[in-house]
Design a protein around this ligand. Structure first.
Ligand code: G6P
Length: 610
């Protein structure tokens, strides 16, 4: 969601912060701002709009300083206006705060502070933090201590950074529920909400834990708990390169990420798939192997695209590994009082590893005694760290807000987990080899779909002005229909619904006329004939049919107006292939409509508030 960058060192902080904000813009982006210590006063520039608008504002009135903080906002409290943009200050502009998260008791705090004479300028929850610190500083002059005492009064979540015009030698960062990472340099230190804003300056970092705060100076950083105990720094190394967070010649991150899938799917299985032995090795699950094999039930939890991956996982785990599996929206699970026991294994599926609801579901499941495991992309993220064990999907940084490569990597990892469990529960090696060979062939098949992009672009042009779309699939391709519809609405703003193809007769069929595009996912699997019946039902009502079909399916041409070909595979790996043309279809439709593909309106890459 919102992005944070803080810098203290010997260089001019402004360009460094603005560049960091640009890299974080994908997280949330309705306004942006910076605060810089220039001489003995803090200069603030902030604006509704993109980081580029902030940059233009800074170009007209340049300012510099070696201590500064910056923020990109995704509004929670108060509209995205110039005034509500961060940073926020106390009454006289001395104490400056940027914040991610939600301060739940801000109304009560604000009422008290206003009664004590504080004047507020914005509608945000964040501004109370600046005034609260100002109030505490009347008694406690030390900035770090004043921030600590203020934090003890806050309810809700925060990743925040505080600087003061009276403290040119330091700033304070603190975390509860919203990620913050500290990067260490020579005579300079930098804090950000996401390592992508840091990686070009340093790769040596510490991920702050919940309930920790950091006093950041030019020559060092000390980390303390909110009980004021100094704790040793856990120093880690960022593993990705700057190139991985650049567009690399593509028009959009989304297209780059769609195109990377042959490699990212391969990376998800690298060293884990022993093809000719029909075996899977998942080192990350080794510590919980017994619990996993003894599980009476698996529960897959996620949000958005990650939840769709879970739905496909349910088909795989029940049909191949023969283990009862349920799939839950994290946001519903956490408030449902779920019945869980020690023989339940919960997998939290999350690209970012920071989604607030998924994290809360993890904590709820842990509290109830289940084994909690992560299927996560971002290494070192909160869900990865709080899980008992897990499997990284190794898709590399995903910047496009609409998730693509993470989805296919999540499906790949779910396939591996399914095979691992299937073997552990008695599947014979010769049966497993058939599946491991097929999984091994998936990256090449994805590559062949990508080579057909021009055809998909033509179809996109034909439908770019549609107002609605229907996506229909059956079995493991029903979640693919959901994912196809989600991709389209996210980036093109066309209303789209995914439905189980047969269920169409119980409602969506009423929508079908000669203007309704209907995308069928129709591979030649065990239920192909059933899908064909559904296609005929749509055709009879003059719907415009686009079919995702296998290369050797001759019959489909007579039924569908447009056909997108995909190679054959075994049923349960089908979703990994079938989703790729749907990603491309959405992408090309969005480009043809001229929307902001990588940063669609109102959406955020990582939803770190409830
Ligand atoms: C947001 C993103 C989606 C993503 C979902 C879950 O809504 O825009 O692309 O699928 O969050 O995110 P996660 O990081 O937990 O997979």
């Amino acid at each position: 969601m919102c992005g944070i960058v803080g810098y203290i060192g010997k260089r001019d902080s402004v360009p460094l912060i603005v560049e960091g904000l640009r890299r974080l813009e994908y997280r949330g982006y309705d306004s942006a701002g910076v605060a810089v210590l220039a001489g003995d006063r803090v200069f603030i520039a902030k604006k509704a709009g993109k980081v580029a608008d902030l940059q233009a504002m800074l170009d007209t009135g340049p300012v510099s300083g070696t201590l500064g903080i910056g923020h990109t906002r995704w509004a929670t409290h108060g509209e995205p206006t110039d005034v509500n943009a961060h940073p926020h200050t106390d009454c006289n502009g001395t104490i400056v705060v940027i914040h991610n998260g939600v301060i739940e008791n801000f109304r009560a705090l604000k009422t008290t502070l206003m009664r004590d004479g504080h004047t507020f300028t914005s509608e945000t929850d964040t501004e109370v933090v600046a005034h609260l610190i100002e109030e505490i500083r009347k008694e406690v002059s030390d900035l770090g201590e004043a921030v600590r005492l203020a934090l003890l009064q806050l309810e809700g979540t925060y990743g925040l950074v505080v600087m003061s015009a009276e403290n040119p030698e330091m700033f304070v960062a603190a975390r509860k529920g919203s990620p913050l990472v500290i990067g260490y340099g020579e005579g300079e230190n930098i804090v950000a909400s996401d390592a992508s804003a840091i990686v070009e300056h340093t790769r040596t970092v510490t991920y702050l834990e919940d309930g920790q705060m950091a006093i950041v100076r030019r020559d060092g950083v000390s980390i303390r708990t909110l009980d004021d105990a100094e704790i040793p720094k856990a120093v880690e190394h960022i593993s990705f390169d700057v190139e991985q967070i650049e567009k690399g010649g593509f028009d959009h991150f989304m297209l780059k990420e769609i195109s990377e899938q042959p490699e990212t799917i391969r990376n998800a299985m690298r060293g884990r798939l022993l093809v000719e032995r029909g075996e899977v090795v998942l080192g990350g699950l080794q510590p919980v192997r017994d619990k996993l094999f003894d599980a009476q039930r698996i529960i897959l939890i996620g949000c958005g695209t990650s939840w769709h991956a879970g739905l496909v996982g349910e088909y795989m785990l029940e049909q191949i590994a023969k283990i009862p599996t349920e799939v839950e929206y994290a946001s519903e699970f956490r408030y449902r009082n779920p019945l869980l026991g020690p023989r339940d294994v919960v997998f939290l599926i999350s690209q970012s590893g920071e989604t607030a609801d998924t994290l809360a579901a993890l904590r709820e499941a842990k509290k109830r005694g289940a084994t909690v495991l992560g299927i996560v992309n971002v290494v070192g993220s909160t869900i990865a760290r709080e899980s008992e064990a897990g499997v990284y999907i190794h898709a590399g940084p995903e910047i496009g807000v609409a998730s693509t490569k993470a989805f296919t990597s999540q499906l790949t990892v779910l396939s591996l987990i399914t095979l691992l469990l299937a073997r552990g529960r008695g599947m014979a090696a010769q049966d497993a080899v058939v599946l491991t060979r097929e999984l091994d062939a998936i990256p090449a098949k994805v590559k062949s779909i990508l080579e057909n992009a021009a055809r998909i672009r033509e179809i996109a042009r034909e439908f770019k002005d549609a107002d609605h779309f229907l996506y229909l699939g059956r079995g493991a391709n029903f979640p693919v229909a959901l994912e196809g519809a989600l991709k389209l609405k996210e980036i093109s703003y066309i209303h789209a619904e995914g439905y189980p193809a047969a269920e169409m007769k119980h409602g969506p069929i009423a929508l079908i006329d000669e203007r309704m595009p209907v995308v069928f996912i129709a591979p030649k699997d065990a239920i192909y004939d059933k899908v064909v019946s559904n296609i005929q039902e749509v055709k009879a009502r003059k719907g415009r049919i686009i079919a995702i079909a296998n290369e050797d399916d001759q019959d489909i041409e007579s039924m569908a107006e447009f056909v997108i070909r995909v190679p054959r595979t075994y049923g349960f790996f089908g979703p990994i292939l079938n989703v790729v043309p749907l990603q491309l279809l959405s992408y090309f439709i969005a480009v043809a409509r001229g929307t902001n593909v990588d940063q669609p309106r109102n959406l955020a890459k990582s939803v770190t508030v409830e």
